[in-house]
Design a protein around this ligand. Sequence first.
Ligand code: NAD
Ligand code: MG
Length: 403
Amino acid sequence: LLHSDNRSPGVDCGEFVRATATQLVLLGSTGSIGKSTLDVVRHFPDQFRVWGLSGHSKIEELLAQVNEFHPRWVVVTDPKSARDLSGQPLPDGTELLRGEEGIIRMVQDPQTQMVLSAIVGAAGLHGTLAALDAGKTVALANKETLVVAGQLVMNRLKQQPGKLLPVDSEHSAIAQALTGHTSDEVERIVLTGSGGPFRGRSRESLQGVTPEQALKHPTWQMGPKITIDSATLMNKSLEIIEAHWLFGLPAEQIELIIHPESMVHSFVEFRDGSVLAQLSPPDMKLPIQYALFEGKRPCGPTRRMNWSELRQLRFESPDRETFEAVDLGYEVIRSQGTTGAILNAANEIAVARFLGGEISFLDISRICRAVLSSHHYLPQPSLEELLAADRWARQEVYRWKSL
Ligand code: NAD
Ligand code: MG
């Protein structure tokens, strides 16, 4: 059952057997989280049946995945790439679907049991909501879904039998530390963050940093958007909002600490003064596996702690003046309504414009703040109103010039 080649030396994996394989749909299978998820699935070939895959553009990579896993469904969301794939032979029993309708049909297939949501950005919202509407178990990497529509997601969870399991490493760590406890026992949660490639730098010195410099993350290998979010600390801002919705905590009970080694994935402080944490080397395969196994801990493919190499674990306060994105997350959970959708959309376009060389690094947070403060606020938006706010914010970011 278990592949011995990936085990750490000296680890006796034993056996882990579940009665039936889980039928898994993977949204965003060609991305960083998507590929790590397939690595976990390869390690447990009897435990998961890949029922569906989706990719936006990297067609050759998607086709290779289809030929390896023979899913029932493959969805291509980009129309041109869908035309490219439609000319290719697919394995018997695999059917090509297109666009958002394809995603919805695949996740709502009665035979789909679990959906791992790993599309990047607000583009991941519809598939995640459709899966929850159909009562599926959703392993959520796509934090933007909660940033844009946290209230709607939580309302759906109250009405449907579906479950939402965090994949983001910090939120997985917090969920693990909270297991067996109730929210009234919690004093606060402390999210850790590496600080990104510009930790310790002054605002002035960040003036002219290039996309290439910002894309060099010190501890995690991730897709380009979240890597830039990690450099601005917008990723922590989005995670503060994600934690607010997942754990039902107000801003005052969510703290942030910079931890350059990325070994401690977050803390929970309890009312009695105890602090619980979850530690491991930085590798997303572990929180992905924890979500896929719904809290069980079979022997998996991730690296083990090497205590003889571990010299120090550092913790420092975030520099919220240099990295002004952090404050925006707190503002969103205090104001709620349309603010999360606005912040997320503004950030997506600002990051794309930075990567395209149109605006500077510091412009990203500056423009997000400006768009947030000039938007037409709605306290209880519907899905349509959130999508309209998202569209407005995207347009608005294009009106801003670099300083
Ligand atoms: P990525 O850029 O590597 O992959 C994104 C995936 O989404 C690809 O499969 C791509 O084809 C698909 N995609 C892109 N645009 C799309 C669109 N418009 N419609 C449909 N599909 C589209 O990103 P990633 O690093 O894997 O991150 C995915 C999600 O997981 C993000 O929400 C990110 O915040 C979250 N996350 C990632 C990590 C990490 O280590 N990479 C850690 C925690 C959370
Ligand atoms: Mg994270």
